[in-house]
Ligand binder design. Structure first.
Ligand SMILES: NC(=O)c1ccc[n+]([C@@H]2O[C@H](COP(=O)([O-])OP(=O)(O)OC[C@H]3O[C@@H](n4cnc5c(N)ncnc54)[C@H](OP(=O)(O)O)[C@@H]3O)[C@@H](O)[C@H]2O)c1
Length: 280
């Protein structure tokens, strides 16, 4: 039988990748988008858009009715991440949805980063309500810097020499689609890290080698980030991201785990492979 999966945040970076991977596995997707959103969810025949407001829970009951599984993620560094997890888990429990997968982050509970602490709290809350839930903990995505690498200049407000074990978002999405449609992952948590440890300086050098042209790595001052991409995010989100940059300066964001390779049944994508795929 074709599984129907509700994907929360389906119009966002992660949600679109998960939707695409689910469609590739033959699942039917209900794409949950924010009411009034101008972002389009993945356009395909097997996708039906539904509106869900994670801040109030409005729309969840209808979106979950008859679904076989739900993929829950919170909008990036959202201050109400724990409340959102509670609303979705409670609604999924009430609707009797048997499979629940939560998109967390590598190193939840890292108290240097408030949004990681919230992910840890959300994980525990979900586990209490839905003990069979599966948790995915991805490292930072290669796709966060892919566009700027292709454009010839990676600009970040943290150290160019800190180590990262970034992961390919498409690999994360493939794993998400598997655990949403296969048995055997109930109650498990998986750390999804990439196969290499690179600094931003090294990411730029590898990208330059693949592209055959210069790719500059540049550390921008925090004042410039605050006046540009970091502007208008609101006090809590800005504070969380500044804390994250500080943590990156101190120790980067890296770990080791073979969970991703085991779940994929193949070697995870390398940064070189991700850049190459983007230009071929
Ligand atoms: N980026 C990374 O490297 C990384 C790594 C590990 C984990 N994560 C985690 O992945 C999660 C998703 O990140 P992302 O980059 O995919 O985020 P994103 O692109 O911002 O997508 C989030 C989606 O949530 C929707 N949304 C916002 N407010 C909502 C509301 N009140 N109700 C319903 N939907 C709402 C947004 O809708 P609109 O499009 O309409 O705004 C957007 O489509 C985050 O929790 C992040 O911490 C990210």
């Amino acid at each position: 039988m074709t599984a129907t999966v509700l994907v929360i945040g389906a119009a966002g970076k992660t949600g679109r990748a998960v939707t695409r991977a689910l469609l590739e596995r033959g699942a039917r997707v209900r794409a949950a988008v924010r009411p009034g959103s101008t972002s389009e969810p993945y356009a395909a025949e097997l996708v039906s858009p539904v509106t869900v407001d994670l801040e109030t829970g409005l729309g969840l009951e209808r979106a979950l009715a008859g679904a076989d599984a739900v993929y829950h993620l919170a909008p990036n560094v959202h201050p109400d991440e724990v409340g959102m997890a509670r609303r979705v888990a409670d609604a999924a429990g009430a609707a009797g949805v048997s499979r629940f997968v939560f998109h967390s982050v590598l190193h939840p509970d890292d108290d240097a980063m408030p949004h990681h602490v919230r992910k840890g709290e959300a994980e525990r809350l979900i586990r209490v309500r839905l003990p069979g839930a599966t948790v995915l903990r991805p490292a930072a995505y290669h796709q966060n810097v892919l566009g700027s690498a292709l454009g010839g200049r990676i600009r970040v407000p943290y150290s160019l020499d800190a180590p990262f074990t970034n992961v390919d978002l498409d690999d994360v999405a493939e794993v998400a689609a598997r655990v949403l449609t296969e048995c055997g992952h109930e109650g498990r948590s998986y750390d999804l890290v990439g196969p290499e440890r690179y600094s931003v300086r090294e990411l730029a050098a590898v990208a330059a080698d693949v592209l055959g042209r210069e790719v500059v790595a540049e550390q921008i001052p925090l004042s410039e980030w605050l006046a540009g991409p970091g502007g208008g995010l609101g006090e809590e989100r800005t504070a969380a991201l500044l804390a994250m940059f500080e943590a990156y300066d101190r120790e980067g964001f890296a770990d080791e785990s073979d969970d991703l390779e085991r779940l994929l049944g193949r070697r995870p994508a390398t940064w070189r492979g991700v850049v190459l795929r983007a230009v071929t």
